[in-house]
Structure formats: C-alpha cells, structure tokens
Design a protein around this ligand. Structure first.
Ligand SMILES: Nc1ncnc2c1ncn2[C@@H]1O[C@H](COP(=O)(O)OP(=O)(O)OP(=O)(O)O)[C@@H](O)[C@H]1O
Ligand SMILES: [Mg+2]
Length: 256
C-alpha cells in the first residue's frame, strides 16, 4: 500500500484483567474503506475508542505519519480522526443544517476574533459541502423528527464529515436500517471514498460491509483472525467458523 492515512500498530487495550484488544494492526489508505467485523464483544468499538483516545491503549496510532500518542480525544479530532456513534443523537429542536453546524464548530482564537469582527459566516460552507457529499442537501431545513432512520444516519455521518476528517470511523451505521436503506448508505459511502475520503467501517450487516469495503479485517476475542479482500475473507474457513456460519452462503453483491 502507498503511505496509509491511518496506521495503527500493535493496539492493545485492557479493561481490568480482560484483554479487549491484543496487538491489532489496521491501516487505511487514501480513499479506502476498511471494514472491521467480528462477533459481539470482539473489540470493534474498543478499537475506535482506542484510535480516538477514549480508552488507554498500547501501540501506536499514526495519522498521515503523525504519532497521536498522548493526544487527548479533542486533539485527535483536530488532527483528523472523525467518528460516529452507535446511537445517532440529533437535537430535535434544531434543523438538520443547524445540527451539523453545531458539530462543525471548532472555535480557535482566530475564528473567534473573526466572528467578533463579523468577518465570517459560521461554518456554512462546511455544512453545505457535507450535506452535498451525502446527497441530502434537500434535507437542510428539515427537523430530525421528520426523517426516516436511514436519513438520520446520513445526517449523523454528515455531522462528522463537516469537520473534514482524514479518516472517518463509522460504528454500525447500518444498524436499524432496512435492506434498501443499507444499500443507499453503502452507495453514498462508496461515493465518498471514491472522492478520496478514507473510512473505517464497523457493521454487523455482512452484505453491506462486503459490498462497500476494499479490505476487511475480522476480529475475534480481540485478535485479528483474518484480513484481506472481501472475497478472500468471506471464504476463509476460520472466519466462517467464528462468525459467518451459514450466513456466508447468502452473502451477495460484494466487491472482490
Ligand atoms: N468500558 C468497559 N469496561 C470493561 N469492559 C469493557 C468496556 N467496554 C467494553 N468492554 C469489554 O471489552 C470487550 C470488547 O467490547 P466491544 O464493545 O469493543 O465489542 P464490539 O466488538 O464493539 O461488540 P458489539 O458488536 O456488541 O458492539 C467485551 O468483552 C466488552 O465486554
Ligand atoms: Mg460495538
């Protein structure tokens, strides 16, 4: 691979006596979507928590070659690590655009001075471009309660995109979506990636993951048990035994 945007090496996390992650290596290249799958409790969310600085970890996290060691979560966001959360939490009394503007706002001394002097429009360009990137510009003035679940998920992703992350980590974005909504989400993510956005994608919807990702990593009990092209991983006997079971036979639409 050319120089990865995200290069996480030897990531281990311990919760008390429990090893939740054991020496996990994952790299994400420019415009690549890397899938992270595995059974419940395998350590997938913990991996995002480690990358983003929410739990203590061993190992190194590099973003565009910069070591994020000892950086706190807000500093990791500023360095370019974006994430979404499993539960999409939108403010119901704000419009979609306002929900995104709130998240995109990262005050600095310079931006605060500019706003005091009336020299900037608050974040409107970032909001507009993240809505457009996900093809939901027409929802800008809608209230969250008027949206379908799939649209709410897209707004949650737009909110993270507005901060222009170098890598966007998505934790189960297809949870709660029906098959059609997952397919639309997959297409939007693929389009973003093809425009250069790097992503780490966790989900239990195997067809969605295999259909969207360039590379898939499988975790079991905190260890990587397989990694590679979707087509190869899907047929790996250890993966079938650990996770996919008979569902493997019904996977369709994957990239290979
Ligand atoms: N804050 C915590 N304190 C103690 N143990 C934790 C904590 N968070 C997670 N764990 C444990 O770490 C392991 C990995 O959990 P994690 O949530 O990362 O799994 P996951 O792969 O995201 O699962 P799921 O698919 O259910 O979301 C599990 O054994 C879990 O019980
Ligand atoms: Mg999880």
């Amino acid at each position: 691979m050319i120089q990865p945007v995200l290069d996480a090496r030897g990531i281990s996390v311990h919760y008390g006596g429990v090893t939740a992650l054991d020496e996990v290596d994952i790299a994400v290249g420019p415009g690549q979507v890397v899938g992270l799958i595995g059974p419940n409790g395998a350590g997938k969310t913990t991996f995002i928590d480690a990358l983003t600085g929410f739990v203590r970890h061993e190992g190194t996290v590099r973003l565009d070659g910069v070591d994020l060691k000892r950086k706190r979560p807000h500093a990791r966001v500023q360095a370019g690590l974006g994430r979404t959360w499993q539960a999409v939490d939108l403010f119901d009394d704000l419009s979609v655009a306002e929900n995104i503007a709130v998240a995109a706002h990262r005050p600095t001394l310079v931006s605060t001075l500019r706003e005091l002097l009336g020299a900037t429009l608050p974040q409107s360009a970032a909001v507009a471009s993240s809505l457009e990137a996900l093809d939901i510009a027409h929802l800008a003035e809608a209230r969250p309660r008027e949206l379908a679940e799939g649209q709410r998920k897209l707004v949650g992703i737009a909110r993270s995109l507005a901060a222009a992350p170098k890598v966007l980590c998505l934790d189960e974005p297809a949870a709660g979506l029906d098959t059609d909504e997952s397919a639309v989400l997959g297409q939007q993510l693929r389009r973003l990636a093809d425009d250069g956005q790097s992503m780490l994608l966790i989900d239990h919807d195997i067809s969605f993951v295999f259909g969207t990702c360039d590379h898939v990593v499988v975790l079991e009990f905190g260890k990587v048990i397989a990694a590679g092209l979707p087509g190869d991983v899907k047929n790996d006997p250890r993966v079938i035994a650990a996770y996919l079971g008979t569902a493997a036979a019904s996977i369709s639409g994957e990239r290979s």
